[in-house]
Every structure is written in structure tokens, then in C-alpha cells.
Design a protein around this ligand. Sequence first.
Ligand SMILES: Cc1cc2nc3c(=O)[nH]c(=O)nc-3n(C[C@H](O)[C@H](O)[C@H](O)COP(=O)(O)OP(=O)(O)OC[C@H]3O[C@@H](n4cnc5c(N)ncnc54)[C@H](O)[C@@H]3O)c2cc1C
Ligand SMILES: NC(=O)c1ccc[n+]([C@@H]2O[C@H](COP(=O)([O-])OP(=O)(O)OC[C@H]3O[C@@H](n4cnc5c(N)ncnc54)[C@H](OP(=O)(O)O)[C@@H]3O)[C@@H](O)[C@H]2O)c1
Ligand SMILES: Cc1cc2nc3c(=O)[nH]c(=O)nc-3n(C[C@H](O)[C@H](O)[C@H](O)COP(=O)(O)O)c2cc1C
Length: 609
Amino acid sequence: MSYPPLSGLPINSDTLSELQKNLSGLNPLQTAWLSGYLWARSQQMDAPAAVGAGAAAAPGAPEQASPVLILSASQTGNARRVAQSLQDKLKAAGVASVLKNAGDYKSRQLASERLVLIVASTQGDGEPPEEALTLHKSLFGKKPPEVKSLQFAVLGLGDSSYPDFCQAGKDFDSRLEQLGAQRLFERVDCDLDYQATADQWVEKTVAWLVEHESRNTAATSAPASVSALVNEPQVHAQIYTREKPFTATILTNQKITSRDSLKDVRHLEFDLGDSGIRYQPGDALGVWFRNDPALADSILSSTGVDGAANVTLADGKTLGVRYALIHHLEITQNTPAFVKGYAQITQDPDLLELVANTKALQDYIADTPIDVVLRRVPQVLTAQQLCDLLRPLTPRLYSIASAQEEVGDEVHITVALVEYEQDTIQYQGGASGYLNRRLEAGDEVDIFIEPSAHFRLPQDTQTPIIMIGAGTGIAPFRAFMQKRDAEDQEGANWLIFGNQSFKDDFLYQLEWQQLAKSERLSRYSFAWSRDQQEKIYVQHKLLQEGTQLWQWLQKGAHLYVCGDASRMAKDVEAALLEVIASEGGLSVDDADAYLDELRESHRYQRDVY
Ligand SMILES: Cc1cc2nc3c(=O)[nH]c(=O)nc-3n(C[C@H](O)[C@H](O)[C@H](O)COP(=O)(O)OP(=O)(O)OC[C@H]3O[C@@H](n4cnc5c(N)ncnc54)[C@H](O)[C@@H]3O)c2cc1C
Ligand SMILES: NC(=O)c1ccc[n+]([C@@H]2O[C@H](COP(=O)([O-])OP(=O)(O)OC[C@H]3O[C@@H](n4cnc5c(N)ncnc54)[C@H](OP(=O)(O)O)[C@@H]3O)[C@@H](O)[C@H]2O)c1
Ligand SMILES: Cc1cc2nc3c(=O)[nH]c(=O)nc-3n(C[C@H](O)[C@H](O)[C@H](O)COP(=O)(O)O)c2cc1C
């Protein structure tokens, strides 16, 4: 390996040659890990210099104001990336800032902040991301923090096909104003293709702060910059990213539900080769999928578009339209924008009436795929018209089902096929159809790691854990157990798992039986919803075993919930509150406060989608 000439390097030649000697024996993975380690370390070394609110000024030094606070409220990484880029640009512009993950920030501290910039995505049905739930609840609670002297600005990230577009950002923005804080500028809401809008907001915010913060920040001192988001070495994030994914080879693609099951759930293993990619149990795998060519052809046929015609995409690329439909555009998720645009072009009276009614439009897109819209109201379009109606393809995320302590340079996921029938045609989800039905061992897929700092095993290996999951919600618990088993961790483990049928849908049955036999799995409870006449779900098991659950919580157990967000996670939370109230002899409000406390201390973590 050759090194650049020494002039301009911040270390002397002796130190450099010593480093070269030590580095020569490292493999690519070790080198990559070290780069992340050193980077994180360099950030921590900045910390003592921070002009944090509590930092004592040296005698005689001019008094410095507290740094700008950036709060990142993200579930799948987009808001986190924007917040990180905001901090990087502020740092380059000489404005001191502190970047915090909302989950690691105590809302009471807002009272002593001067200026906060919130970058928040929206999840669930208009809810804040998991890591910002406590902050949100505290702001909307009976005793919100005192924020009258706070200045703020909010960037919302969302998806305009949801009825509550950017609701979490809107909530933070309106509530802070209501509580007396001063808005610096109007909130900006970003749709799924957030990058350009977010970049503009970042630029505008940095420019404003450069102009106004020069009075508050010592221009001569190096800007302090502390990032709470770098407390884990993010080596993988530096090598392969969402924008620069790794092309992995599929090692295994195996159906793990029975022939009689109503679900097609697959276990997929990918070879990470010598990519150096590292991940932790709790992280998700991002998959850049390709759309079904047959669906692309059906869309071309309904619109009379020649697949070879060229189109220019939003990012300026010019491509053949068929290629663009398969590789670059969403064709499996319908959106209000698509139906509105198509209604305008066709002037179809039914579609025009539909788009005038927001609720009816939402219901319509929930069960009418784009292909069905085009088949029902066929219309000749130009290739460009067709593409302009569609939004850019976004990768899908899958909870990682393996631990590297067990599987080394592999990553495993558990994928349920989304499949439904409309107008007698069978449709599949874009990514789950690609992974479960169109790929096999030996094929290649573009992937990346999406870290989930909000879903982590306890640091103390003795701490008991309770894992509650339904369906594919089992995935991260397989990863948790692989790690705890490989490292012979002593903490007790309780799995509470639900799926339709014991015989057909017991995902990873043999592995769980083995773990139970070896007593690594200390306790297990199963809810087979369709093995009897009445439904039995995981929350029924929680209620049945409330006394045990309470005892585990008293022993410091961490609670994890994974799987469906819209129904299961809500019902599980209601059951947890019921157990806490009845077993702990607490009022409804006190049980609620108890669960909040668990959440705030990272003992109640959810990975729900
Ligand atoms: C952090 C995270 C972790 C996740 N982990 C997992 C995991 O471990 N395993 C897993 O399987 N999934 C997981 N998911 C979900 C996964 O990311 C995808 O959302 C899922 O696989 C569906 O994507 P798709 O591309 O196959 O379907 P899409 O192409 O997105 O299709 C879904 C669309 O199909 C339409 N549709 C669905 N049903 C019907 C119907 N009956 N009638 C008409 N239209 C319908 C709807 O418009 C819906 O938007 C996770 C998600 C997140 C955010
Ligand atoms: N939002 C939705 O409407 C919806 C629906 C299905 C799947 N999904 C998504 O599809 C993906 C994979 O799903 P999956 O097939 O692995 O699992 P799943 O559809 O979530 O089902 C897993 C188990 O959960 C049960 N279940 C249903 N409602 C429940 C509730 N309110 N509380 C607790 N358990 C409940 C199911 O029972 P029964 O099937 O017998 O009712 C089944 O036994 C996930 O992304 C999931 O979020 C979403
Ligand atoms: C399960 C799920 C639910 C979502 N619900 C909403 C919603 O109600 N409103 C909205 O505007 N966006 C919603 N979104 C879109 C996200 O806000 C959007 O993808 C955003 O870019 C994610 O940012 P993040 O990666 O920082 O979490 C949802 C996304 C997912 C995966």
C-alpha cells in the first residue's frame, strides 16, 4: 500500500511508520473496523472541548452560549442522515452544535436549551418514530417542559400517500409554538424523495445560523461538535451505504412455512464475502429490489408505451422506460399523487370524483394497485407522462435474523410474501415478490445495513430479556439468541411468539427447540391464533402469564416487541399496561408512567413496521 507524501499530514514520520507497521498485518475487515473505531474516538476526543450548556468557561474567556441542539427522530435512518448532514455542514461553517438521538434526550433538558432544530420522520398512523415517543408524550403531557425562551425549527420527513403526512413533524412544530417557543422559520415537510427538499432546508438553516450565531459562537475557537449518534462504531455505514450498496450473493432461499400454510415466509442467507460489513443484532438489512418484468410489461401495454422509448427521471438520468420501470420506479405501491395525476390526464369522471374526496381516495389506493387503475381506465400515454406519474423506487428494510458472532460473514433475513388478488389477477409486493419468488441461491442482490440503535440487547449480559413477536417479528430474536448463545451470555431469555398455526407456521421451530433443550431459552409461550376456534394472540399470553411477567420486570428484564405495528404492537402495549397495573397495584396513570420509565431507560424497545 502506498501513502501520500508527508507534507500536510497531521502526524510525524515516526508515528506514521509505526502505524504502517501495525496496520500491515490487518485484513480488510479489521482495517475497516479500525477506521470506524478511530473516527468515533476522534469525535469523543472533541467532547471535552464542547461549549455545552454545563461546560465551565476558562477564567477571563468570553462567555459562550450553549451550542445549537439538533434532535434526530428517525426510525429507518432517513431523518438521521439529514440530521447528520446538518451537523456536518454546521461544523464546516463554524457553528457549534450537539446532535442527539431523540431517544437519548431527556425532554426536561429542553428548558435549558437555547435553540433546537428537529428533524423528525413519521411512522405508524401519523405517530413519531419509536425513539421520539417519550419526547412527544412529554411535550403533549400534563407537565410539559418550560420552553418559552427556546427558538426552534422543524423539518418533517414523511410519505404523502399516508393520510397523516409528516404528522410527527407537524406535532413538534405546533406544540412548541403553543408552549411559547419561538419558531425561526416555517416547518418544511419532505415526501419520500426527501433529499432535494432536505438539502435546501439544511442550506437555509445553516445560512441563517451562520448569520445569527456568529454573535453566540466564539469564531476563533474550533467549533465543538459532539455527536450522540456515534456511540457505536458504524463501520458498515462507512463502507457500503443505501446510496452505495454491496452486491451480495444469496446462499440460501428456503421456505420455512409448511406446504399447508396460508403464508409464504422465507429464510434468506446472503454472503457478505470480504466486504467488511459489520452489523449488530437489532439492525435491519436494506434491499434494493427489482420490479417484476411481467408487471412492467402489463403497465406498458395498458398505456400503449413502447418499452424502448427513452425517459428522463427526476435525478436527470435518461433511460429506456421498461428498464426504468423495473429498476428505478415504484410500480407496486399506489399513491394519491398517481391517481390524481392520472385523473387529470384521462379526465375520467369517476376518477375525478374520487380524487375530490380524500378519505375515499385513501381507501381506494389501499386496495387498488396501479396496474388495476390502468387496466380499468386504459389511456395512451407518452413514456415520459407515465414516468412522471410514478415516484422513485425506495429500498425495503428487513430485520436481521442473524448475529455475526454465530454466522460470520453472512447476514440472514425472514421475509413474508405480500400477495393478494385484485380483478382476478394475482399481485405480489415489489421486494417480497423479488426475494421470495424470483431469486434463488447464487443470484445477486444489492443490500446495505440500516443500524437500529433503538433495538439493542442489554449491555449487561446477565440482564433477563422478554422477546414478544408475531409472524416475521421473530427475526431479530433469532439474532439476539444467536449472539447470547455464541457468547455464552448468562441472562435469562423468554420468547413469547404468535403465528397462525403450530404445525404450519412455527418459524425456526428446530432452533427454538434446541435452545429450549439447552436451557439457553429459559421460558417460552406460544400463541397459535388459528389452532382453535377463538383467536389466541401474544397479548393473551401476556395477560395469562402476568405474574411471571411482573416478576421478570422486577428482576430488571428488558422488553422487546417486534412485528406488525398497526394492530399487534398496540394490543401488546395495552396488555402490558394491564399487567403492570394489576400486578403492581398501580393506577392507570401510574402504570403508564411506569412503562414510560421503562421506555426512557431503554428497557422497553420496539421494532415494529
Ligand atoms: C424496520 C423494518 C423492519 C422490517 N422487517 C421485516 C421482516 O423482518 N420481514 C418482513 O417480511 N417484512 C419486514 N418489514 C416490512 C418490509 O420492509 C416490506 O414493507 C414488506 O416486505 C412489503 O414490501 P413489498 O415491497 O414486498 O411490498 P410493496 O411493494 O411495498 O407492496 C405493499 C403494497 O401492496 C398493496 N397491498 C397489500 N395488500 C393489498 C391488498 N390486499 N389489496 C390491494 N393492495 C394491497 C398496498 O398498497 C401496499 O402498500 C420491515 C419493515 C421495516 C420498516
Ligand atoms: N397492517 C396490516 O393490516 C397487516 C396485515 C398483515 C400483515 N402485515 C404485515 O405483513 C408482514 C408480515 O406479517 P406476518 O405474516 O409475518 O405476520 P402477521 O400477519 O402480523 O401475523 C402473525 C400473527 O399475528 C396474529 N395477529 C393478528 N392480529 C393480531 C393482533 N391484533 N395482535 C396480535 N397478534 C395478531 C396473526 O393472527 P391471525 O392471522 O390469525 O389473525 C398471526 O397469528 C409484516 O410487515 C406485517 O406488519 C400487516
Ligand atoms: C411503517 C411505516 C409507517 C409510516 N407512516 C407514515 C405516516 O403515517 N405519515 C407519513 O407522512 N409518513 C409515514 N411513513 C413514511 C416515513 O415517514 C418516511 O419513509 C420517512 O422518510 C422515514 O424516515 P426515517 O427513515 O427517518 O424514519 C411511514 C413509513 C413506514 C415504514
